[in-house]
Ligand binder design. Structure first.
Ligand code: BGP
Length: 489
């Protein structure tokens, strides 16, 4: 007779990992300052003029220090980092995400020998973090390409920049192989999918579109060289230290159909494909079929070699890192041909069911759970939320404190959804590092007054202030969240 053996199995409710990386996220150009200290070269971020109140920053040819405020000094983390890291330890951080400024290591980007003073700065920073048991989580390229690579080679238009990036990645992987385990290659590499936004194409790829140029073709070519560079870096990183965890980093903004009309449904599908094909390539190691067909039909005739395709297949990422702030809705144009094409500036419509911040960022905590399921079903990889946060003009109360309950509410609701994605939907989540947990310069507008922090920094858009750090209400709240591993929100 068949022997029926009942095996007891317990699908234990997945909780957040015991070693869950509760942390905070920043980027070199948005907080370090010291923009020409220690031999640092001029980066793409250094040639952007500040905007204000949501006005996108503009590309300023050459360096006009007067117009680049406050980026150049930012919050002077370069000289304050020891005290700041002590504050981060007081907050209870397990991880600290930042970028290595490419121009500290290779001031022009095309040198053979690295700049030792730059390498030493990050050695000292990582040692300070480890003193308090804080794991560095490092972004290799966070809108900080050496400006010389733009002026001399055209940024990521040029295949040569692959070699410069891979050289930079190899040098820092080797130098910090025993101090840094978690890496990611390009910050929000997919932002450039919105070719209508000069800012996105320039900050991500150092490409300034010339008059009459096909921005879309240029974007696909530049993005191709970047994903090849990313795949090469992943392979080299694993050779240098097999324990490295190297991720993609995607700006995740879910795009919902504006109505149940099948035309809107498909528009949303095409929009998600267009914004996230970068993750397909970095995680699956190949271009999705729709894009190969689309590029052929468009007659782009891109420089994509068979050797490139082998590199992509061999350099798949270990996890999906992503930023999450908001969601959007998209609507098919009335005269839309069936081929469909997603055009961010034309297809996005206001979602009337959610609130928006004063910068128009639509607040949608459930969208984070949606995004985590979408990534999980598509890639079956661990995930890392490396940015999430609420930018606002904070007010200092009569008692001298910032009572940022609006920021706590935003983060609480998003952490609740994040936990559901882990505990109910089975997502394997490595960590959560809220963006700008110490006030810093806004990438989009160049403002200091668009604040995300749990730590207030006394400096405003006009450059006035003592740079003094102080704790907002959210500092004490987040410290308790970490202490209870997210149990008590
Ligand atoms: C993301 C960037 C971060 C950060 C964040 C907030 O795009 O990865 O660098 O800037 O946006 O945006 P902003 O600073 O424009 O408010």
């Amino acid at each position: 007779a068949a022997v029926c053996i009942y095996t007891e199995w317990s699908v234990d409710m997945t909780k957040l990992r015991k070693d869950f990386l509760w942390g905070g996220a920043v980027a070199a150009h948005q907080l370090e300052g010291g923009w020409q200290d220690g031999g640092k070269g001029v980066s793409v971020a250094d040639v952007m003029t500040a905007g204000a109140n949501g006005v996108e920053r503009q590309i300023t040819d050459g360096v006009l220090p007067g117009q680049n405020y406050p980026n150049h000094e930012a919050i002077d983390f370069y000289h304050h980092y020891k005290d700041d890291v002590k504050l981060f330890a007081d907050l209870g951080l397990k991880a600290f995400r930042t970028s290595i400024a490419w121009t500290r290591i290779f001031p022009n980007g095309d040198e053979d020998e690295p700049n030792e003073a730059g390498l030493q700065f990050y050695d000292d920073l990582f040692d300070e973090l480890h003193k308090y048991g804080i794991e560095p989580v490092i972004t290799l390229s966070h809108f900080e390409m050496p400006y010389h690579l733009v002026t001399e080679y055209g940024g990521w238009r040029s295949r040569k920049v692959i070699d410069f990036f891979v050289h930079f990645a190899t040098v820092v992987f080797k130098r910090y192989k025993d101090k840094v385990k978690y890496w990611m290659t390009f910050n929000e590499i997919n932002n450039q999918a919105n070719t209508d936004a000069a800012f996105a194409l320039f900050t991500n790829s150092g490409v300034k579109v010339e008059p009459g140029e096909d921005a879309e073709r240029t974007m696909y070519q530049a993005a191709h060289y970047e994903v090849v560079a990313s795949a090469l870096a992943v392979q080299i990183g694993h050779q240098i230290n097999p324990d490295f965890q190297i991720g993609a980093m995607i700006a995740m903004v879910p795009l919902y159909p504006a109505s149940p009309n099948p035309r809107d449904i498909f528009k949303a599908e095409r929009a998600m494909q267009t914004r996230y094909w970068f993750a397909d390539v970095q995680a699956n190691g190949a271009y999705p079929a729709w894009l190969t067909q689309y590029q052929a039909d468009a007659g782009f005739d891109l420089d994509i070699t068979l050797a490139d395709r082998d590199v992509l297949a061999a350099g798949k990422v270990d996890y999906i890192g992503f930023s999450y702030y908001m969601s959007n809705a998209v609507k098919a144009k009335d005269d839309e041909p069936d081929s469909y094409k997603y055009e961010e500036s034309k297809d996005i419509v206001r979602n009337p069911t959610v609130e928006a911040s004063e910068w128009g960022w639509q607040i949608d905590p459930q969208g984070l759970r949606y995004a985590m399921n979408w990534f999980n079903d598509r890639f079956h990889l661990p995930q890392f939320i490396v940015e999430n946060g609420f930018g606002a003009i904070d007010k200092i109360d009569a008692d001298g404190h910032v009572h940022d309950d609006y920021r706590v509410d935003y983060l609480r609701q998003h952490i609740e959804q994040m936990k559901l994605a882990v505990e109910v939907d089975g997502v394997d989540l490595m960590g959560y590092t809220p963006w700008g947990f110490i006030d810093l310069v806004s990438a989009g507008t160049g403002q200091m007054d668009k604040r995300y922090g749990f730590i207030y920094v006394d400096k405003n858009d006009a450059g006035e202030g003592t740079l003094k750090r102080s704790k907002k209400d959210s500092f004490y709240w987040f410290r308790h969240v970490i202490a209870t591993n997210g149990e008590d929100l």
